[in-house]
Design a protein around this ligand. Sequence first.
Ligand SMILES: C[S@@+](CC[C@H](N)C(=O)[O-])C[C@H]1O[C@@H](n2cnc3c(N)ncnc32)[C@H](O)[C@@H]1O
Length: 288
Amino acid sequence: MGSSMASGTGWIPENLDPARPSPARIYDYALGGGHNLASDRAVFDQLIKIQPNARQIAWSNRAFMRRAVLFMIDSGIRQFLDLGSGIPTVGNVHEIAQKAAPECRVVYVDIEEVAIAHSRLLLDGEEKAAIVEADFTRPDDVLKHPETRRLIDFSAPVGVLAIASVHHVAAEIDVYSAFDRYREKVVPGSALAISHFTADFENVHAKEIIETVQASAHNPACLRTRSEIVDLFGDFELAEPGVVAVSNWRPDITPPTGVQPEEDGIWAGVAVKCPSRISSTTAERTDS
Ligand SMILES: C[S@@+](CC[C@H](N)C(=O)[O-])C[C@H]1O[C@@H](n2cnc3c(N)ncnc32)[C@H](O)[C@@H]1O
């Protein structure tokens, strides 16, 4: 990965409106990244006042992503589809995966212009990872994209990741059908990891946070409940400990970030497609 390319302003697309913040860049700032603008930082400054541990929440989420990828590697998965991958920062999926197993391939998917521009710069010359510009709620746009077809072999297990991205999908969009499609497309042995912001946690001012981001960034958001998030996993089998506060998901693998689970504001889980599901999906895969 050419991290030297991260410097300079090549990551700022020509038509970008610098006055309009974006959730991807606000999140980049929360993680300590360098690909954000004054408008993004101003929103985050408001968020910190509402939720003083906002940075730790972002890091807890990022740490879960790492644990989920390593869990999938341990399960034999060597290819990944990262839905809503965001602005590349420290510890991207292909870096985590390829450090553990160099043959791993990764397709990143995002719709945000800086996330796309910066991913293209960082992935230039990367043979085993690519960025696809697509709306992940339109699975065919992702699954039939030439880069997805080049990098992902759908006859082998795939790790599908939706880390802190589904809460950016408005309630009116049928995100459940989209996830049905991803789950159907992959073979047994594949896995799905989801983390999702929620208003279920008493100590997290989730509604105020989302309203503050929406007021300036005009991006959709939806705070789903735990049971609505569990439904996204469909008939996949949840790995222990199930859907839990993000820092409670197998916390022993990486050091905890210091956030108390009741302050997470994020539900997270990983589920696996079991062999018994093969008969219902074979026909569709043969057709597609
Ligand atoms: C908070 S960031 C999370 C980034 C990364 N997954 C992580 O957890 O570190 C959410 C990302 O999802 C992207 N996103 C939201 N809705 C999307 C959609 N419908 N299709 C593709 N990307 C989407 C946003 O542009 C943003 O980059």
